[in-house]
Design a binder for this molecule. Structure first.
Ligand code: ZN
Length: 153
């Protein structure tokens, strides 16, 4: 079940500025993200946005799934990412993946598999290849709530 974002959520990753947008992605970061996800087509692409409230940078990750309708992170790569972030003090703002041919709605698997409590899930859909759609979700209990996201043009 997907619902709009309700009451304010935990503190630390929210940016209080900029009128209610919970996540902002600068055009430059968005372009990098989109270039990577497009380069992975027809497979799902995965990556992370780093930052707090505003995405500071995008880091691509490997999709180690063996088919085109799922993504799976490399456990080794994930561990080394988390380790690297401990060194730099950066935060994971959102875990990003693409839906090459389906709308940007979380699949049952997306819901079940998303366990990162402090991060958002960002889905980019190429359902309409001329118009990539982006949606942001946050896990609350067993549900995913849809949250606002803004690309800063
Ligand atoms: Zn998905």
């Amino acid at each position: 079940m997907v619902r709009p974002c309700g009451s304010p959520i935990s503190s630390s990753i929210l940016s209080s500025k900029a009128g209610g947008w919970q996540v902002q992605i600068p055009q430059r970061v968005w372009d990098q993200l989109l270039d990577h996800l497009k380069s992975e087509l027809p497979r799902e692409g995965v990556g992370v946005l780093l930052g707090s409230g505003t995405a500071v940078r995008y880091r691509k990750l490997q999709n180690v799934a063996h088919d085109e309708t799922h993504f799976r992170l490399s456990p080794q790569e994930w561990v080394s990412l988390v380790h690297a972030l401990e060194q730099t003090g950066e935060r994971i703002l959102a875990i990003v993946h693409s839906h090459p041919a389906s709308p940007p709605e979380p699949s049952a698997e997306d819901m079940a598999g998303f366990a990162w409590p402090d991060a958002y899930m960002l889905i980019v859909s190429f359902h309409n290849p001329n118009w990539p759609q982006v949606r942001l979700y946050r896990k609350r209990g067993e549900r995913l709530e849809r949250c606002p996201v803004q690309i800063m043009h």
